[in-house]
Design a protein around this ligand. Structure first.
Ligand code: MSP
Length: 654
């Protein structure tokens, strides 16, 4: 049986331009859609715009135009934004389209014929922002808590949907299907609401007051209340009642929303469906709010984050990754550009970017840029890495359908970091020195290539461009939407002899505001050709933790610190600061240090120092340097770090 998946976003009001909140929900829907495709599902993904109602009329008036032209303009803004964020939706519905209007009227007619819509006079408090009458117990200090405005008294003859009749059914349905509304806190919120008697829902507006809506099929003097109209988009877009898409995808429908519209989706919509004789949706997935500086986004305070300003600046994939990694689905999260840059530098440039570039650089250096055979039999550390990867795949498959995107990504990053450590332990640069260990070198590099391939597959739903780029460089030409886990992540599926290409950095590192660009000395990076054999494969970038940030031991362990003894020292001509040193660290290294103003060269010989041995080689005033010696700085000057008793040259410092 073909497995299917149908996901929707809210249809956004056309009274505001797309911002990060809209972008988040839509990117989450996109990740879910791509994930299910990756798992071999037939998928359908719907988004769109909600264009009727008071709010739109008011916004159009404020913009000095009519509702239709206004809706056309803002709807187009949404439609044009999504491709730029790589959203893979199949359809974009507008509630002003005839295909939608038809279905709304069809459903109204059905429910009316059944006797679940009746005419009555209602008097109550109406919130214009919510476009609905609100109950006294919803008010906070006499105001609508969502809009911070007092409601207005209103009396009106209108049509009502007999929602109360479906209250017992809804409670029972939620209790029998514990993941109908998830995460659980939102299910509980709906159940708490249902503990009080449900009022019937006013579903019409007199046309003399509001003309911008869908006329009721049984009384042309009224238009449909915007929520009764809007919710129906989820089935009208599928061609309800007899469309093929409806038949295929409605039984597996999952809605994605933020907590602001829980009530219409958790209460109105399922009861409307029940009354219309349509099966309820499968899941309502509810997330929290993005806040800016711990507050709600606000136009007037200028704290609305526009995704299209940020995505091009930091890279679309980095932006998508950040949103999915940072927010725990269901809880609020705070958005800050600094946090985005930190994740970009640490997780993407440093962890993933380095793993990929080190792997491909070594494939280039040791195997002429082609995939080697597996070589020697698997050793314990190879098998351990492989089982780390299998574990990550297991967590990933388990957590994404539960919407725990951050857990899935953490599992993938655990294995990325394990692979970086594996490179350090297996030290391919040492294996490369010994022809007898060629088979072992093959095993290590092939293991890394296979692992990078699977990582590329796993990140495809989150970072489609990066996944495509990684796979292409591994010799696999595949569009991200066509990647399949069971075909493309098979261990050993790379073909021996295939050319791979290192290419440029996947994620260039970005400077943060807090960070002072204080390299210890000006450096000019040595070219690949100048790199002596036996030098460790350096990291492409190094994320400097910002002040106060804690690092894991794994970050520290990536430093190769060694005891070294200075054998010779001389000034670099024409430089006051630079001294050229030859140090013994088990092998002799040339290092250039900026200590000439603090030490005379002749005083340095014989001193024991600590050397950062895996620093990228650099040239300082034309002299090559293969490491950096450590020193303490204070107001008095600079003092070299040494050991408190003699230690053998090359000893590890940790
Ligand atoms: N038109 C209705 C939805 C009708 S669905 C049948 C509507 N539109 S809206 O433009 O206000 O969009 C609300 C949705 O935008 C939220 O549910 C959420 O998906 C997204 N977000 C808007 N602001 C948000 C945040 N600050 N944080 C996260 N998402 C939020 O309501």
């Amino acid at each position: 049986m073909q497995k299917r998946f149908y996901v929707t976003t809210p249809i956004y009001y056309v009274n505001a331009e797309p911002h990060i909140g809209h972008a988040y929900t839509t990117i989450v829907a996109d990740v879910l859609n791509r994930f299910h495709r990756l798992m071999g599902y037939e998928t359908y993904f719907l988004t769109g715009t909600d264009e009727h109602g008071d709010k739109i009329v008011q916004a159009a008036e404020a913009a000095g135009t009519d509702p239709k032209s206004y809706a056309d303009r803002i709807s187009a803004l949404f439609r044009d934004t999504w491709p730029k964020l790589n959203i893979s939706h199949d359809d974009f519905i507008r509630t002003t389209e005839p295909r939608h209007i038809r279905v709304v009227q069809d459903i109204l007619q059905k429910v009316y014929a059944k006797g679940d819509i009746y005419f009555d006079t209602y008097r109550g408090r109406y919130c214009v922002g919510c476009e609905r009458f609100i109950t006294d117990r919803e008010l906070v200090d006499g105001k609508c808590p969502d809009h911070d405005t007092p409601p207005v008294e209103r009396e009106e003859a209108n049509y009502f949907f007999r929602m109360s009749a479906y209250q017992p059914w809804l409670i029972d349905h939620i209790e029998r299907n514990p993941d109908f509304i998830r995460p659980e806190r939102y299910k509980n919120e709906v159940l708490a609401f249902l503990r009080e008697p449900l009022e019937d829902l006013c579903i019409s507006r007199p046309r003399e007051r509001l003309d911008w809506g869908i006329p009721l099929p049984f009384d042309e003097r009224f238009v449909t209340y915007v929520w009764f109209d809007a919710l129906i988009n989820y089935v009208s877009a599928l061609g309800y009642p007899d469309g093929e898409l409806f038949e295929k995808f409605w039984p597996v429908a999952q809605h994605l929303i933020a907590k602001d519209i829980l009530k219409p989706h958790g209460i109105y919509w399922p009861t409307m469906l029940k009354a219309a004789g349509i099966e309820p949706y499968r899941h309502l997935n509810v997330h929290g709010y993005w806040k800016i500086n711990e507050g709600k986004m606000s136009k007037s305070r200028g704290t609305v984050v526009r995704p299209l300003d940020l995505a091009p600046q930091y890279g679309l994939d980095a932006f998508r990754y950040f949103l999915l990694r940072e927010m725990v689905f269901g809880l609020d999260a705070n958005f800050s550009e600094d946090a985005l840059v930190q994740r970009l530098n640490a997780d993407l440039a440093n962890d993933l970017g380095n793993l990929f570039s080190r792997t491909l650089a070594m494939t280039g250096r040791y195997f002429g840029g082609t995939v080697p055979p597996f070589g020697d039999p698997e050793e314990v550390e190879d098998a351990a890495l492989r089982s780390d990867l299998e574990r990550a795949v297991g967590i990933y498959r388990e957590e994404i359908p539960q919407l725990a995107f951050h857990k899935a990504l953490m599992a993938v990053w655990d294995v990325v970091n394990a692979a970086n450590r594996y490179i350090d332990h297996t030290a391919p640069w040492d294996l490369a020195k010994d022809t007898a260990r060629r088979g072992r070198l093959q095993r290590v590099i092939r293991t890394l290539l296979e692992l990078n391939k699977t990582v590329a597959v796993l990140i495809a739903p989150f970072m489609p461009q990066t996944a495509e780029k990684m796979l292409a460089r591994l010799g696999i030409e595949r569009k991200a939407l066509d990647v399949r886990l069971d075909r493309d992540a098979v261990w050993g599926s790379l073909t021996e002899g295939t050319a791979v290409e290192k290419g440029d950095a996947l994620f260039p590192r970005v400077g943060t505001k807090k960070e002072t660009p204080s390299a210890p000395m000006p450096v000019e990076v040595a070219s690949e050709a100048q790199k002596p054999a036996g030098v460790r494969e350096p990291s492409e970038t190094a994320a400097a933790p910002s002040q106060g940030e804690l690092i894991g031991i794994d970050v520290f362990q990536r430093l190769d610190l060694r005891v070294a003894v200075i054998q010779a020292a001389e000034r670099v001509p024409k430089s006051k600061k630079l001294v050229k040193l030859l140090v013994d660290m088990g092998e002799t290294r040339q290092v250039v240090a900026g200590i000439g103003e603090h030490y005379a060269p002749e005083d340095l010989v014989g001193k024991t120092v600590v050397l950062v041995a895996n620093l990228k080689p650099a040239r300082l005033m034309g002299v090559a340097s293969h490491g950096m010696i450590l020193a303490a700085h204070d107001a008095e000057g600079l003092r070299l770090i040494t050991t408190d008793a003699p230690a053998a040259p090359g000893s590890k410092v940790s």
